[in-house]
Ligand binder design. Structure first.
Ligand code: PLP
Length: 367
């Protein structure tokens, strides 16, 4: 029998009565769109992150799109980001007619190399989107400092994988002008469908995001700006509210399991994505770095250990994005994309299962 890569079933069993009670309440009041759970969740999440405002939206992708729209990004503009991410990060830039400018990643964390950002800034740079990959924030202080020096370029943290992580004591999503997260089911804080949120402490940006998610409406049938249908369903907000009751425990479990993996793998000499000491990761993925990856993956699969690759191809090597940057310009992302491999990780994973994964990996690497 194979282990689950992410164990959503055990999580549901633990939360079932809370989830069902929350959903029942939505059926009772019947406000399926913009019901009271939407504002309740926004309040709780802004308290959790420390950002003044939270605007829930229909997905993490929509959170990024709405943020860029709120900043007025459009044709002719450039947005600096990493090529080593899920496609949504760059997709929203191109959808708005702007150009993604890819900056290579650090070889140890796989996050955007802050030191390489400055040389890519031009008069057209309208935003910088670092991604907190695998659940660990990027070098946000350095990135904010560069952005400030060039006329306060807005920094949007793509925190789709890092909700609950910290950086120098502050929560992910509250580390720059805007933070965007995803509640996709497998994310550290997931719903049972699509969902996401934008965080900011800037009241004008928060209001712009609120209007844009509702077709640009400032009041009913007054469309002040162009927007999208980007609301998060009341039922999905209710599910996240139920999941919040156990979220702190889940973060601690993720950190404990991540540290256990670190210790065991260090002992075996297996390379892994580095964790920096001034920040915590929520290990959306636990990722190792190895040669002969495909061979090892096949062997692990035969032993009942599922793995995943985030991401097998950097975005500047994807057909739809390759015109924006050559592969040779981002050699670290190219090399890491061929070597990274994520292992099973969920808060409900037992230590026995984790030990079994590590034993199997050892067997496969030595074979
Ligand atoms: C880094 C990153 N950005 C954006 C997204 C998009 O989030 P969603 O799937 O909720 O649209 C994801 C989701 O996989 C992601 O991992």
């Amino acid at each position: 029998m194979s282990l689950p890569f992410i164990d959503l079933k055990s999580q549901f069993v633990a939360l079932e009565s809370k989830v069902r009670a929350r959903i029942d309440r939505v059926f009772d009041h019947g406000q399926y769109i913009m019901g009271p759970e939407v504002a309740e969740l926004e309040q709780k999440l802004s308290e959790f992150t420390g950002a003044k405002y939270c605007v829930t939206v229909s997905s993490g992708t929509e959170a990024l799109l709405i943020s860029l729209m709120a900043l007025g990004v459009g044709p002719g503009d450039e947005v600096i980001t990493t090529p080593f991410t899920f496609v949504a990060t760059a997709e929203v830039i191109v959808l708005l007619g702007a150009k993604p400018v890819f900056v290579d990643v650090e070889p140890d964390t796989c996050n955007i190399g802050a030191a390489k950002i400055e040389e890519k800034i031009t008069k057209n740079t309208k935003a910088i989107i670092p991604v907190s990959l695998y659940g660990q924030p990027a070098d946000m202080d350095e990135i904010n400092e560069i952005a400030a020096r060039y006329g306060d370029i807005p920094v949007i943290e793509d925190a789709a994988q890092s909700f609950g992580a910290t950086y120098k004591g502050l929560k992910s999503c509250n580390l720059s002008k805007i933070g965007c997260t995803s509640f996709f089911p497998s994310k550290p804080l997931g719903c049972y469908g699509d969902g996401g949120a934008v965080f900011t402490s800037d009241p004008a940006l928060a209001e712009a995001c609120r209007q844009i998610r509702l077709h640009g409406q400032s009041e009913r049938y007054v469309h002040t700006r162009v927007g999208v249908g980007g609301r998060m369903d009341t039922i999905q907000c209710a599910i996240v509210l139920a999941k919040l009751s156990r979220f702190e425990w889940e973060i601690q479990k993720r950190i404990e399991l991540g540290e256990m993996y670190n210790r065991l793998l260090d002992g075996m000499g297996v390379d892994r994505v580095a964790q920096k000491s001034d920040r915590t990761s929520v290990f959306a993925q636990y990722t190792v770095v190895l040669d002969r990856r495909e061979e090892v993956r096949e062997k692990l699969k035969a032993l009942g250990v599922p793995t995943a690759v985030h991401y097998p191809v950097p975005l500047n090597e994807q057909p739809a994005y390759s015109q924006h940057c050559c592969p040779e310009c981002t050699p670290v992302a190219s090399s890491m994309s061929r070597r990274v491999m994520s292992l099973p990780m969920s808060p409900d994973m037992s230590l026995d299962d984790l030990n079994m994964v590590v034993r199997s990996l050892k067997e496969c690497c030595n074979a």
